[in-house]
Structures are given as structure tokens and as C-alpha cells.
Design a protein around this ligand. Sequence first.
Ligand SMILES: *Cc1c(COP(=O)(O)O)cnc(C)c1O
Length: 428
Amino acid sequence: MGTAKSAQLFKKAQKLIPGGVDSPVRAFQAVGGKPLFIKKAKGSKIYDVDGNSYIDYIGSWGPMILGHADPKVGAAIKKAVDSGTSFGASTELEIQLAEIVSDAIPSMEMVRFVSSGTEATMSAIRLARGFTGRDKIIKFAGCYHGHADSLLVKAGSGAATLGVPSSPGVPDATAKDTFNANFNDLASVRKILEKYPKEVACIIVEGMPGNMGVVPPKAGFMEGLRVLATQYKALLIMDEVMSGFRLCYGGAQNIYNITPDLTCLGKVIGGGLPVGAFGGKRKIMEKLAPSGPVYQAGTLSGNPLAMTAGLETLKPLAKKGVYEKLTETTEKLCKGIEERAEARGVKARVNRAGSMFTLFFTDKKLKNVKDVNNCDMDKFSTYFQRMLKNGIYLPPSQYEANFVSLVHSPADIKKTLEAVDKSFKGLK
Ligand SMILES: *Cc1c(COP(=O)(O)O)cnc(C)c1O
């Protein structure tokens, strides 16, 4: 089947919506070709408006860990709709979800719900600044924390220099307070802290970097950040918007066994509805309005439908063996990809963390975004297009993670690997 209807809708959308999309990565710009318009999704499959079906490895960029249109989540949302969709007042649902989050991630002694990951990181940074009375922040090149001004900043020239805006509209004055350190390079962080020992409010890091593709931290890196933050009285913010309840029940911090001062969540905890959260140590969180002076608010924060979707999504994840199953499926897929790459002589590397993975077109190990920049992007585009033709819907950029759900079946994996083999053919 063709994709004429998608093409038609994209044309119309471009007249009304900038670039035809409401979030840039959806436009397929990195891989060429036109984006698909989606009609529906169920389980591991997604269906476009032309009636094509695909095995989906985007999973709404992470939230759909139970698969699309999970019947129990759907039923709970439908029931909640009948009780009213928003009150602008507190509900018991918020306490229930906060309790679950706080139990699973003990460093989150208190939690505040918001409506997106961007809101979570933006608010956590404001809180870190308000709490410490300092303005500067350290992030890592290649880590993404949403699109707030202070986080849309790239490194200026030279190490430990002031940041510059990575988008028009971000004021220089804002960008200069954001430093970009190199991921997996503690010395690059130390250098900034030594230069500005009393000015850094926080270090923010992805719990498991997935926004430059999956690039796991080296042993000791996260622990080292904890030590440096404590030493310089800066807060450590772990952005687990992607990794939270994705790698394990709780956060990646449970695996590293470190205690961040603040944690950001999103994606899985909203079960496909708009939810974000940030939380941490009580003495920090109590600085937040109305118990403290740091302002933060939201008309739809803690929305009852969103809380319901989150609660129903986390329920089955708490059961024993769930994450083992996810890992097993993903491992099988990744191993299969590597074997086929080797058999076809394609230079490729698969990085995996739990049910997140990225296939990189390189034969070198990847430790930071510079290594990702050196991957063969043309090869990725060809591979992406071939996979799509073969019924596999992958993230349309080399800088993204693939997500496997609990309902990706052995038959899905088999079909995916057949498509991988076909797509690797002659890909040199
Ligand atoms: C997706 C993501 C965000 C932003 O979340 P939105 O809901 O898209 O605003 C922030 N941090 C990380 C690590 C993410 O993966």
C-alpha cells in the first residue's frame, strides 16, 4: 500500500502548522522522505492513515511500555472521563501516584506533578537555583532535558567557557549561565566547578542518556558526579524523564545506587497522557510554593485523567519479572541485529540499556555525543527508509533510542530481524 493519504495530510498540515508537525523529530527531516500520519495503534503495532501497519519501536518516545491502547489503562481512563476531566483542585489520585513514585524512588521524598518533561526539568532547575542562591548550571553535551531556555544551550568555544544559545530566541544572558560538560568525562565537570566553585546551582544529567541515542555512563561516572556535586555544594538533578520506570521499577538511580537531590520524571509515569514530575529531598522541595518562596504552578497539573493513566500503567510494572521480560526481548532483538550486521559486513554497534537501544552505524565504541556525530548518517537514513518499507517504524534519527514494549512478541522480533537482514543488504 502507498502513503498517498499521509502525503496529502502532510501537505495540508504544512500550511497550518510550522513544518507540518507539533514536535520537530516527527517531520523525518534527519532521514528525508515524508512523515506518516497515524490513525491508530494497538499493542506493538501502529497504523497509518493509508492502512499500512508497522511494528512500532518509538512507543510515543517511551511512554507506551505496556504497548499501545492497553485495555486496562483505556478502561480506567474512560471511567475517569465520566467523573470529570479537570477540576483545578486536588484529588486523591495525586497522592496515590506520588506515594507510588516516592516508594519506588526513595530519593523523591516529595513530588510535584506537572504536565511535561520540559516543565519538570525547568522547574527543578528553578528550584535548584532558588535553594542554592546560585545561577549557573552544568549540563552535558548530547543530553536533552526538554526545551526550556536555560537548557537549549551549546558549548561555546573552548572548555569551561560560557554557553551560547542553541536556538534563536534564547537570550545570551540566559545561555551564559549554562555550561556544557562532556558526558563520561568527570574531568570536564571538575574543571568548571574549580573555575566557579561557588556559582554552580546544579549538575543535571540524564539517568540513562537516550537523546544522543543510547550512550550508557561508564562505571563510576554517575557516582563521580554525586561526589563532585556534594563537594561543591551544588545539587545533582537526575533527569529520569526517559529512564524512570523504563529501565527498572523506579529510576536508573536505583541501579547506580546513588541519591540525587532532585529527580525529574515524565513519559512512562503518564502512560501516554501529558505528565511530568519532579521531586527530591524534603528540605529542598519545601522551598516550593506554597510551602516556600520558589514559584511553580500549573492549571492542568495532576490532571485526573493523566494521574489515572499513570497509576494504571505503573500497576502491572510493579509485578515480578516484568523488567526481566522486557530486557530478554530487547536483548534477543539486539543480538539478532548484531549478528546480521556482522554477516552482511555492515559496520554497526548496538548500545542497549534495559528495553532502550540504539543501532549506531560505526565500528567504534561510543562514549559521548562526539562519537555519535561520527556515525554514518547516510547509512542510517537508508536503513530507516528500508525498515519502514518493510513494516518497521523506527525513530527517524540516529540520535534517538528505540523502545521495546511488554507486548512485542517473538513473532514481532522475528519479523523485525527479517526486515533488518533485508535492510542491511548491500549497506556498506
Ligand atoms: C523527553 C525528555 C524530556 C522532555 O520531556 P517532554 O515531555 O517532551 O517535554 C526531558 N528529558 C528527557 C531525558 C527526555 O527524554
